[in-house]
Design a protein around this ligand. Structure first.
Ligand SMILES: [Zn+2]
Length: 444
């Protein structure tokens, strides 16, 4: 009798093994998250487990095979989540790696041949965070996280310093009228560079600010504010790459052979090229330039050394329509800079300077709603040996207390770069009350 029973079980097992083939695999994404549908050609059962070590959710389908996917297969086109399909002995496994505020659940099966898995997106939507549209949302992005520690210091690492600073900045911003702040990561986990601006977009941020610490020779210190470069990115980057941050991989995957440890792109990058020729992006770039200068100005009140405002083609800044900056707050390899950022007083000083800068930028924007920037007006020269050639028209402006080139650019609706171009030798950090500068007059 017992021989017969064993025989039947064997038949059942073998039948399942041979017939439960994965036939199709589809994903759909909406604001709630992501749903995966796995359709097999025979009845299957699945179980879900979670491994805290590695932060991975595993859906196991015993007895299933996949003729479609061989070995380890990564699908990674989703918002802040990736998963692998693995063929293991006697089963198929679906490994989910949530990088943000995600929960993963196995939904009731539609029928015995279909498995549905839902990964819930825990980031708020713009409607959730700002239901009446009364707030302006600031997205703060603490660099690195998880397996990517960023630059190492003597008693700290970049990912910790920038997270502490970002939390403090969020709290400061949340106390300001009309503003709300959201972090791209509020814990120590991996977050892909490309997903960070997506989170900013999801929460409907008015601006995006990515915080980092730099590394270099011990004597180098101070802060630098970056916005996206559409030109000359390679020179800037080559110089930067030789300089610093060589330890601080922005890539979440260490096997990824990105030439740039800064997660930057080359100027030949086709997406970047497309963005540049998009006029919307030119306006955004101008706003980013203004924001960068406003923040750099406010950081002066921390009494620390400014290394200026620069441009670089950072992936994390490639947003389509949100003014974005990346700030290298200081050098973690410099004793004074590190001590400053490890201390609560230092964190407090920097975050309140940034909060004030963000507030003044957004207030200025609100008072002077963004308009399409026109080209500077020109007139024909009526005399001289170049008669008939055109020359730009300028208005002379007398600098008042509190003016920055950034706020002047917003107020007059001109590009930051065109004010610089109109004033040979003008240094953005050296603006004096009473100084006369030329502001381009724009076409009607
Ligand atoms: Zn960094």
């Amino acid at each position: 009798m017992s021989v017969v029973i064993q025989f039947i079980i064997l038949i059942f097992c073998c039948g399942t093994l041979e017939s439960a083939k994965l036939q199709s695999f589809s994903t759909s994404e909406d604001t709630q998250g992501l749903t995966l549908e796995l359709i097999f050609d025979a009845p299957v059962k699945a179980g879900i487990s979670y491994q805290a070590n590695g932060n991975v959710h595993i859906i196991r389908v015993p007895g299933a095979i996949s003729p479609v996917f061989k070995g380890r297969q990564e699908l990674d086109h989703l918002l802040a989540i990736s998963f692998h399909i693995k063929a293991v002995k006697g089963a198929l496994e679906f490994w989910f790696y949530p990088r943000g505020f995600f929960g993963v659940s196995l939904l009731p099966q539609l029928d015995s041949q279909t498995i549905r898995i839902h990964a819930k997106n825990g980031y708020p939507t713009r409607e959730q965070i700002n239901p009446d549209g009364k707030f302006q949302v600031v997205c703060i992005d603490p660099g690195h996280g998880g397996h990517d520690p960023g630059a190492p210091g003597s008693k700290s690492v970049e990912k910790q310093i920038v997270l502490a600073l970002s939390r403090q900045l969020r709290d400061e911003i949340n106390q300001l009228p009309g503003l709300k702040a959201v972090l791209t990561r509020d814990a120590d986990y991996k977050l892909k560079l490309e997903d960070r601006p997506k989170i900013s977009d999801r929460v409907g941020a008015s601006l995006f600010i990515s915080l980092h610490m730099n590394s270099s020779l011990p004597q180098v210190r101070g802060y630098e504010v970056f916005y996206l470069s559409e030109k000359g990115a390679t020179q800037t980057l080559e110089a930067r790459l030789g300089e610093a941050h060589s330890q601080a991989s922005e890539s979440i995957d260490s096997s990824n052979s990105e030439t740039s440890s800064m997660g930057a792109v080359s100027s030949s990058d086709s997406i970047l090229q497309q963005i540049i020729f998009d006029m919307q992006q030119v306006e955004t770039l101008n706003s980013s330039a203004v924001l960068a200068n406003v923040l750099a100005d406010h950081l002066k009140e921390t009494g620390r050394r400014s290394r200026g405002v620069r441009r670089a083609a950072f992936v994390v800044l490639k947003t389509i329509d949100t003014p974005s900056v990346l700030i290298e707050m200081g050098y973690i390899t410099n004793k004074d800079d590190e001590a400053f950022f490890v201390s609560p007083e230092g964190t407090k000083k920097v975050s309140s300077a940034l909060a004030k800068g963000i507030y003044s930028y957004l207030k200025e924007q609100a008072n002077h709603p963004k308009k399409t920037l026109k080209e500077p007006a020109t007139v024909k020269k009526s005399s001289g040996n170049q008669a008939g050639a055109v020359e730009p028209v300028y208005a002379v402006y007398t600098v008042k207390s509190g003016d920055t080139l950034g706020t002047l650019a917003i107020r007059h609706g001109v590009r930051y770069s065109s004010i610089l171009a109109a004033n040979a030798g003008l240094h953005p950090d050296k603006l004096f009350v009473g100084q006369k500068i030329r502001i381009p007059v724009l076409n009607e």
